[in-house]
Design a protein around this ligand. Structure first.
Ligand SMILES: Nc1nc2c(c(=O)[nH]1)N[C@H]1C(S)=C(S)[C@@H](COP(=O)(O)O)O[C@H]1N2
Ligand SMILES: [Mo]
Length: 492
């Protein structure tokens, strides 16, 4: 049984098909870039390196040496990933979210037209005889008996593949993509639970990508062996008229060259002007910021959920003052609160411990892909602000670290006052009921539970209140925003 297709395909199908091809290829390449930043996939929350079910790195995690998740990232070729290179995660993510938005928009238009025009009848099996027919066409293909046919029709195997891609894999890709985001998972814990945990969602998202790649390969082979010219007529010009076939082939090839040029320019642009990418297409993520900003984290994991393993990112400070404090168990440490405040304050660890204590068991989501669950104890930023009383013109809190990178750039990040006031925004001095260890930011680190890990400065030296963050660091609101082109507002 071949399913009938009208002699003329609709033109919208050609257009959405082309747009889809462009975005899906950009999504695959930028997705590979994101994966390369933590090239291991797990099904569990702990993300202990020996529990990965697949890895794309030869690196072994040393047990006796300080090793960060950044050390574990791998370099990828520009021919494969967008933009390619080592830890170009910032630009990779900007492309990924930008393309995801337009890919989804295109997909919704396609689905709408599919149902609006009855085109769905070609993709959705409508009778039980479909399944034996599917088996038949599978056998035909396996035994290379497939004949090019002149009638424009989908065979049952095509129908089956298209159905799976359009109605199962595509929605699953979107759903698992959203489930990986702390912005969404922290506010709607039930949504994350559908998939189990962040790592399962991430693994499924990866498998969806593999399915697209296999599908594209199979689909192209199929187009070639079942009458290339005829198929190009359908795909490109939406016509069965043989006279238009040469034109369709020319336009089709031009279209593919066009897509390759877009990839080339996107790659080049990302390497030459990463700041453009961050400030341009990176703005798409602000959409999520505006949509979700008002909602609080509702994370509340039980004690049993605390993970035994917790990756570390960032090497501890080499700052003389911090080293002395560390040797003395931080007994003389004082958190400095300064800038636009009525009462500049210095608080020792004992002072902080004397303030009302908040504990929360939450999931840490690193932008690189790993996660872990920990219990954090400390003082809310709300309490700190009640103490120091920011002046009316203060709008942001800057969290300065003792830690500097190899180029002596200070780690810092910025929160606006809405973010500071959230119940789960705390300065933590405890992790899992113990004093914060050096690796996790001793003596004090920030926790903001709707955000990605990079927003949580460790080894805090001071909190400064400012009107604008443009004059701090390179002016983009944080160390990783300055140097790795992440976006400050990006919670996803
Ligand atoms: N000072 C400083 N703070 C930092 C970082 C860093 O490199 N330096 N890395 C950030 C990132 S990217 C993450 S994921 C978390 C990691 O926290 P953990 O090491 O406690 O797991 O710390 C954040 N805070
Ligand atoms: Mo991170």
């Amino acid at each position: 049984m071949d399913i009938d297709i009208p002699a003329h395909f609709p033109v919208w199908l050609s257009i959405t098909h082309f747009i889809n091809l462009m975005f899906i290829t950009l999504l695959i390449r930028s997705g590979i870039q994101i994966l390369a930043d933590h090239p291991r996939l797990y099904m569990n929350q702990s993300c202990a390196p020996d529990t990965d079910w697949i890895k794309f790195t030869k690196k072994k995690v040393p047990k006796d040496k300080y090793y960060t998740s950044m050390d574990d990232a791998v370099d990828v070729s520009r021919w494969i990933a967008l933009p390619g290179g080592f830890h170009n995660l910032g630009a990779g993510r900007h492309w990924h979210f930008f393309c995801a938005l337009f890919w989804m928009l295109n997909g919704f238009i396609y689905i709408f037209l599919l149902f609006f025009t009855d085109g769905w009848r070609q993709l959705v099996p409508t009778s039980w005889s479909f399944f034996p027919d599917l088996w038949q066409s599978f056998i035909t293909i396996l035994t290379f008996k497939l004949q090019p046919s002149e009638i424009p029709s989908y065979n049952p195997l095509q129908v089956f593949c298209y159905f799976i891609i359009v109605f199962i894999v595509a929605p699953l890709t979107m759903a698992t993509g959203a489930a990986m985001s702390p912005a969404i998972a922290a506010r709607f814990p039930w949504y994350r639970k559908i998939f189990g945990n962040r790592q399962i969602a991430r693994s499924i998202h990866f498998l969806c990508m593999c399915t697209y790649i296999l599908f594209i390969i199979g689909h192209v082979i199929f187009v070639c062996i079942t009458g290339f010219a005829k198929n190009m007529g359908h795909i490109v010009l939406a016509t069965s008229n043989p006279t238009y076939r040469p034109l369709a082939i020319i336009i089709g090839i031009a279209g593919i060259i066009g897509i390759i040029v877009v990839h080339y320019l996107a790659t080049l642009w990302s390497h030459k002007k990463p700041r453009h990418i961050q400030k341009g297409i990176g703005k798409v993520t602000n959409l999520f910021y505006f949509l979700l900003h008002g909602l609080n984290s509702r994370q509340k994991y039980p004690k049993e959920a605390i993970t035994s393993y917790f990756w570390i990112n960032g090497y501890p400070p080499k700052d003389e003052e911090w080293l002395i404090h560390n040797r003395n168990n931080f007994k003389d440490y004082k958190l400095k609160i300064h800038g636009l405040v009525e009462k500049p304050t210095e608080l020792s660890l004992a002072d902080l411990e004397a303030l009302p204590k908040t504990t929360q068991i939450t999931e840490h989501c690193c932008i690189q892909g790993w996660s872990g669950i920990g219990e954090w104890g400390g003082v809310t930023m709300k309490t700190i602000m009640e103490l120091c009383k920011p002046l009316p013109n203060a709008r942001y809190a800057i969290f300065h670290s003792y830690q500097h990178d190899e180029n002596d750039l200070e780690y810092y990040n910025t929160l606006d006052f809405d973010e500071c006031q959230k119940p789960q925004t705390i300065l933590a001095y405890e992790m899992n009921e113990k004093k914060l260890q050096v690796g996790h930011g001793a003596p004090l680190r920030l926790r903001i539970e709707t955000q990605l890990g990079f927003k949580m400065t460790k080894w805090i030296r001071s909190v400064e209140f400012v009107e604008d963050f443009k004059t701090i660091g390179q002016g983009h609101g944080g160390y990783r925003e300055d140097n790795q082109y992440f976006t400050r507002g990006a919670e996803i």
